[in-house]
Design a protein around this ligand. Sequence first.
Ligand code: FMN
Length: 201
Amino acid sequence: MELLFVNACPRGKDSRTLALAEHLLRHLQQKLPELIITRHDLPTMRLQPVNARRLKRKEALCDQRNWDDPLTAIGADFQRANAVIIAAPYWDLSFPSILKTWVENIWVRNLTFFYRDDKPVGLAKGKAAVYVTTAGSYTAKHDWGTLYIEDVMKTLGIPAFRAVKAEALDLLSSDPETILTIARTEAESAADWLRKRLTEE
Ligand SMILES: Cc1cc2nc3c(=O)[nH]c(=O)nc-3n(C[C@H](O)[C@H](O)[C@H](O)COP(=O)(O)O)c2cc1C
């Protein structure tokens, strides 16, 4: 059983989002020690955004079903994973651009989706995805980051989605430690939710 952990937290060891997601992962691993973890640590992976040259090459790889090339291998890790955890801070009303570049990399025709009747059909094996994010202020209904990642996961075939959020961490009136303590409990509950989906028939 394999889980893909996607770290899209540019502040590295100072990141509260990454710490929250690692807390979730540790809780899950305690309950499921046999879980194999694949990591995509985006701040150090130097994934390339698509441009005309890479797009042409990627389309040819998709036609050949060549999933070993660096242009498609990220998508292969995603397609194979039984569950996915994504950690990204709330930046500029969504998330850091490294996460959008990752999304471009996992969108691989004939591997993670194909078209039927002009509509994309997801091919990811994953049963569930959890998105962990923290924000300086309140995101309210304008959390485009969470809404977008939920749509990406569902379009590519992962049916169950859950978000763990800690909001208002940077407000002068806030008590960030209390907010993060509550969020850690939420992360543990999301880990139990993931475990159930991973172990049910
Ligand atoms: C470049 C940048 C953009 C940000 N944009 C927003 C924003 O649009 N809305 C918001 O509420 N907070 C914003 N913040 C604050 C972060 O969401 C908040 O500090 C978050 O907890 C950072 O997570 P981290 O500790 O994992 O880096 C931004 C912070 C940075 C550095």
